[in-house]
Ligand binder design. Structure first.
Ligand SMILES: [Mg+2]
Length: 391
């Protein structure tokens, strides 16, 4: 029995624990080769996307261990993520980086007045991913193996060739290129103001690729409930893998009714930025395929909670964007699903993911298996360092 004089170490003071000595945060703006438009642009709600803003966190310990993580924002939020991370990062110094949940909670409480969603937790996501990267590197394992992997490669589909700024002939050509490169499925964007144009593009792509190629569509939230149902009924025979974001991202009830009414699976979840919002989709059975996003939902730690609940409820989990992180998580999901292939982040890293036979291989390197490319320094707008005393 423990006594008041026991020398049992308590959390945070365990002997021989490695400690966080040094944290670097940086804000990186990556330009895109071509301005990108989905249905939100065609309905006039957003402008074409020309760049993505990243928050990078690099953590170093007393023993010289490293971890690198990042979060991102599209169109707005990048400076706010960076500002919030700078406010709370000092708390990391001296902490044991292995205690990820405790460290995450500590950062949440440090920024409690700005809440547990959106920019506040997206800022923490960069740190959280860095801590998981560090932990897997320390173990000498790819992150997927640290989490517990079900497969060495994950089915992958291409999205980047199917946006609405591209004429249908270009979409068809890019889809054929993707399949020739080993990618296993194709997603095209829909949700234009004229639904007949969506149906024409879809029919043209299906005819070009043939009946056997797995095909998804993504409306990026631009239909109302009636339009979504009408589209869903019109394409029931097309055999789509899923219809993605048919409705407003927060209309969980509408998604649930649609999922009940259609045989084609419904996918959503990429826009939601908190565990609570994602759990609501699960509780209401609002979709067949849940699409959480590690940086957007606050990091790997909250993502794992959501993914476990989704699997328990019988849903597939097909993460959104950032294949560089998500290939590891998708490998660790019991139900096999899909990883989204969008190559926009490639200039930031030295390594390339291997794709063959319709699948993306999980890197065998420790951690995420990523190293930031020297060229990325050219896109770095600002950086700040935090050091432990004497560090
Ligand atoms: Mg989407």
């Amino acid at each position: 029995m423990m006594t008041a004089t026991s020398s049992t170490p308590t959390l945070g003071t365990a002997m021989a624990a490695d400690r966080i000595r040094h944290v670097t945060l940086s804000s990186v703006t990556l330009p895109l080769d071509v301005p990108v438009s989905d249905a939100k642009v065609l309905t006039g709600r957003q402008k074409p996307m020309t760049e993505i803003v990243f928050l990078f966190a690099e953590i170093t310990t007393d023993e010289g261990r490293h971890g690198t993580g990042f979060s991102y924002s599209k169109r707005a939020g990048g400076p706010a993520q960076y500002a919030h991370a700078k406010e709370v990062a000092q708390n990391l110094l001296g902490q044991d980086p292995s205690d990820i949940g405790r460290v995450y909670d500590m950062l949440l409480w440090a920024g409690a007045s700005v809440g547990r969603s959106g920019v506040a937790t997206q800022a923490l996501a960069a740190v959280d991913v860095a801590l998981w990267d560090l932990k897997a590197r320390r173990a000498g394992l790819p992150l997927a193996k640290l989490l517990g992997s079900y497969r060495d490669a994950v089915r992958t589909y291409n999205t980047s060739g199917g946006f609405l700024h591209a004429p249908v002939e270009e979409v068809k050509a890019r889809a054929a290129e993707s399949l020739a490169s080993g990618i296993g499925g194709i997603k095209i964007k829909v949700g234009q103001p004229d639904m007949r144009e969506d149906l024409r593009r879809l029919a043209a792509v299906r005819e070009h690729l043939g009946e056997d190629v797995p095909l998804m569509v993504d409306a990026n939230q631009q239909w109302d409930r009636h339009s979504a149902l009408r589209f869903g009924r019109a394409v029931e025979e097309v055999g789509l893998v899923w219809i993605e974001e048919p409705l407003d991202a927060y209309d969980a009830e509408g998604h649930a009714r649609l999922a009940d009414a259609l045989d084609t699976p419904i996918a959503t979840g990429e826009m939601l930025s908190s565990v609570r919002d994602l759990i609501r989709l699960i509780d209401l059975r609002a979709c067949d395929v849940l699409q959480p996003d590690v940086p957007r939902a606050g990091g790997i730690t909250p993502y794992l909670k959501v993914a476990a609940l989704a699997d328990h409820a019988g849903l597939q989990v097909a993460p959104h964007f950032v294949m560089e992180i998500h290939v590891h998580l998708a490998a660790a999901h019991p139900r096999e699903s899909w990883v989204e292939h969008i190559e926009w982040l490639s200039p930031l890293f030295d390594e390339r993911l291997t794709i063959e036979d319709g699948r993306m291989r999980v890197p065998e390197r420790p951690g995420l298996g990523l190293s930031v490319a020297d060229e990325a320094a050219a896109w770095c707008l600002d950086a700040v360092e935090f050091r432990a005393p004497g560090g």
